[in-house]
Design a protein around this ligand. Structure first.
Ligand code: ATP
Length: 369
């Protein structure tokens, strides 16, 4: 969890990194609290690994400063930083036992006796629940267990900050979900600050206290998973996290605490959540998450009611996804939980059905960027 007040554990101030004329990281500023799990999330090539490498000391920033635990990291070599990096490939040694792999980084730790080293290894094996596998070699354990060997080895050095580059990328989907929770529990037990690089938004949402969403070297938004999902600050973030319907719109007026918008594709005016800085006549984007839409056979009361027809649907068991054609010619996706009848008839609507869609003005987002 983020610490309350005081100096943040990690402070990145206006950090940029260029390779020749190419700007890999552009003016990034952020802080991370002690004991936080903070994710850098973005597509391939957005600069997240470069940012991580600057924290580890493998790259020096072209501009800006990094403070760790109050200390300026400029010119501090990787081995002199209280930071450890766990690489995507795990880099565990195939010819060594699990135990030897975990203890490897402790060999040259000054002032650590043989007995103290053995005790630390045992403690780490216990932490990641690999004690019974201590004498096996990497090919004799599963992918998920190998991931835990790498984690135990990284934590054995007792870093204050652990950097994890795509920690779960090598695992299949089922195992990844399970391992996410394990990783969170291990982080909680050690209290070590984790910075995780991932391109997987579900992984970032599950693991993180906070997320920085990156695009082309820039941080677009920083917030808790909930903030980023509910209140994306741009089309990029809205599209990147989950799925969302977006429509071009024009601001007509402010109406009480809402904005009245003209939305040609919907064939209707709608009320949406107000945002500071927009003015009447301005072109904006209206964004609505599919699960915020209600589907009904009978016309509901209230604002934001649209007439439509089901063009397509996908039945997923517990819920269904509908593509609904609207009077203005637009298509909108709506996600609805199926009734608890247990047969396919439990869907709210069927192909070609005429339906009414409605949504709360508070669930309709206005995006300017
Ligand atoms: P991925 O998820 O694919 O690893 P990423 O977000 O981690 O992507 P980075 O590895 O940080 O991206 O790379 C950002 C950009 O900087 C990429 O376009 C990459 O080609 C470029 N880049 C990274 N390192 C170097 C380097 N040493 N020299 C030149 N360009 C580099």
């Amino acid at each position: 969890m983020a610490e309350q007040g005081g100096e943040p554990f990690l402070r990145i101030e206006h950090v940029s990194k260029s390779f020749g004329t190419f700007k890999a990281v552009v003016d990034v500023s952020l802080t991370v609290g002690k004991g936080e799990i903070f994710s850098l999330l973005g597509g391939s090539g957005c600069g997240k690994t470069t940012l991580l490498r600057m924290l580890a000391g493998f790259e020096e920033p072209t501009a800006g400063r990094i403070f760790l635990d109050g200390r300026d990291m400029a010119g501090v070599p990787p081995w002199d930083r209280p930071v450890h990096m766990m690489f995507q490939s795990y880099a565990i040694f195939p010819h060594m036992t699990v135990e030897a792999n975990v203890g490897y980084g402790l060999k040259h730790e000054k002032g650590l006796s043989k007995a103290a080293r053995a005790a630390r290894v045992a403690e780490m094996l216990d932490l990641v629940q690999l004690t019974p596998f201590a004498h096996r070699r990497p090919h004799q354990i599963s992918g998920g267990q190998r991931q835990r060997v790498a984690l135990a080895r990284a934590l054995a050095r007792q870093p204050k900050l652990l950097l994890l580059d795509e920690p779960l990328a090598a695992l299949d989907k089922k195992l990844r979900e399970h391992t996410q929770f394990e990783l969170m529990s291990i982080q909680q037990r050690t209290g070590v600050t984790f910075i995780v690089v991932t391109h997987d938004q579900e992984e970032a949402m599950t693991l993180s206290d906070r997320i920085a969403v990156m695009d082309r070297g820039e941080v677009k938004q920083i917030g808790s998973p909930n903030e980023i999902y509910e209140f994306p600050n741009s089309r990029f973030v809205a599209d990147f996290i989950g799925s969302i319907n977006t429509f071009e719109a024009k601001v007509l007026a402010r109406q009480e605490q809402f904005l009245r918008l003209a939305v040609p594709a919907l064939g209707s005016e709608v009320l949406a959540r107000d945002v500071p800085g927009v003015s009447e006549g301005q072109g904006v984007t209206l964004a609505i998450r599919p699960e915020k839409l209600r589907i009904a056979k009978d016309r509901p009361e209230g604002a934001n009611v649209l007439a439509g027809q089901v063009k397509d649907l996908a039945y997923f068991g517990k819920d269904s996804l509908y593509r609904i054609g609207l009077a203005g010619g637009g298509l909108i996706q709506a996600h609805a939980v199926n009734a608890r009848r247990g047969d396919e008839g439990s869907r709210v609507a069927d192909w070609d059905d005429a339906v009414w869609l409605s949504f709360d003005p508070a669930a309709a987002l206005v995006l300017v960027e």
